[in-house]
Design a protein around this ligand. Structure first.
Ligand SMILES: *[C@@H]1O[C@H](CO)[C@@H](O)[C@H](O)[C@H]1NC(C)=O
Ligand SMILES: *[C@@H]1O[C@H](CO)[C@@H](O)[C@H](O)[C@H]1NC(C)=O
Ligand SMILES: *[C@@H]1O[C@H](CO)[C@@H](O)[C@H](O)[C@H]1NC(C)=O
Length: 283
């Protein structure tokens, strides 16, 4: 009996996890709760869509109910279509620990002279300073697009509409920090003075999110051992996800050549050790 149930469970797990690009439609509240700015959050279309907004009084954000130890996390987003100088719209994973791990998608505001820039970063054990920026090849305010983070023991990959735009390999063997702490998903809209002064007369600025299914492994509250989250029964831990395949490498090379506008690896006289490794694999 037990082994039959386990077997069915594994089959279901593999079947559902294998198809991460499918637009799964679960209500927001099944997986998410308000992080802050309750008055500025609206659930639409039977919770298939969530609108978060910011004005001069408050920003807002939501977070996953659970923390995760591995996964292939995705969401669909449509950015505010105004002069969003100084407004930052995000989707990221982070641990709530003193020396935290974090993997970021951050969209820096746009105006007539400055198109939207997608800023990515990695924190490990509290250390960040690994910024990259790309100029998007489409207008992210016109429609919803897919943004995904793959996180397993081998690599972290940021995807935009299925195209890899950044890779952070596990280089722990050469002393580079790698995210290992349980993280939750968060999505926020906020203003950072470092990003410019917002034109508040255009507020509220509204971002829209869809697809609230979560393809992740949670070992929260010892439901399973956290090491179980590295098991290949989860599709995103399988060998296929240890490296980019040749088609993905070509697409990735193309993005870096055409759209990369800032890379922490190219600044300063002595780039951190992971830079060389990441670039060797993906010229
Ligand atoms: C447009 O954005 C850039 C970058 O944030 C900023 O330096 C510039 O002042 C902005 N222009 C206007 C007209 O707000
Ligand atoms: C702010 O937005 C208002 C309304 O669209 C516009 O009239 C004004 O010129 C903007 N201010 C700046 C500094 O861009
Ligand atoms: C984990 O336990 C805490 C209290 O110990 C509880 O508040 C929380 O809901 C639990 N989380 C899950 C995902 O079961």
């Amino acid at each position: 009996m037990d082994s039959l149930v386990l077997c069915l469970f594994v089959i279901l797990l593999v079947a559902s996890a294998g198809d991460t690009s499918a637009a799964e439609d679960v209500p927001w509240s099944q997986n998410y709760v308000i992080l802050y700015g309750q008055e500025h959050i609206q659930l639409l279309n039977q919770e298939k869509e969530c609108q978060i907004s910011i004005d001069q009084i408050s920003g807002s954000g939501f977070r996953s109910l659970k923390t995760f130890n591995s996964g292939f996390f995705g969401i669909r987003m449509k950015l505010p279509n105004k002069d969003t100088t100084g407004i930052i719209t995000t989707f990221y994973l982070r641990s709530h620990t003193e020396n935290h791990d974090e993997l970021d998608f951050e969209f820096l505001g746009t105006n007539e002279t400055q198109p939207y820039l997608l800023h990515t970063n990695v924190f490990t054990n509290g250390k960040g300073d690994r910024e990259e920026r790309i100029a998007l090849w489409f207008d992210p305010t016109e429609d919803f697009h897919d943004y995904q983070l793959l996180w397993n023991q081998h690599q972290v990959v940021w995807f935009v509409d299925g195209t890899p735009i950044r890779v952070f390999k596990n280089n722990a063997n050469i002393g580079v920090g790698y995210p290992v702490q349980a993280m939750q998903i968060e999505a926020t809209i906020w203003s950072g003075s470092w990003a410019g002064e917002p034109n508040w007369s255009q507020a509220p600025f509204q971002a829209h999110y869809q697809r609230f299914e979560i393809d992740g492994c949670s070992a929260q509250n010892n439901t399973i051992a956290s090491s179980e989250c590295n098991s290949p029964t989860f599709s995103w831990n399988g060998e296929k996800y240890w490296n980019l395949d040749s088609q993905q490498q070509r697409a990735y090379g193309n993005v870096r050549q055409k759209y990369l506008v800032y890379d922490y690896c190219s600044v300063g006289s002595k780039p951190p050790p992971e830079c060389q490794n990441n670039q060797l694999n993906y010229p």
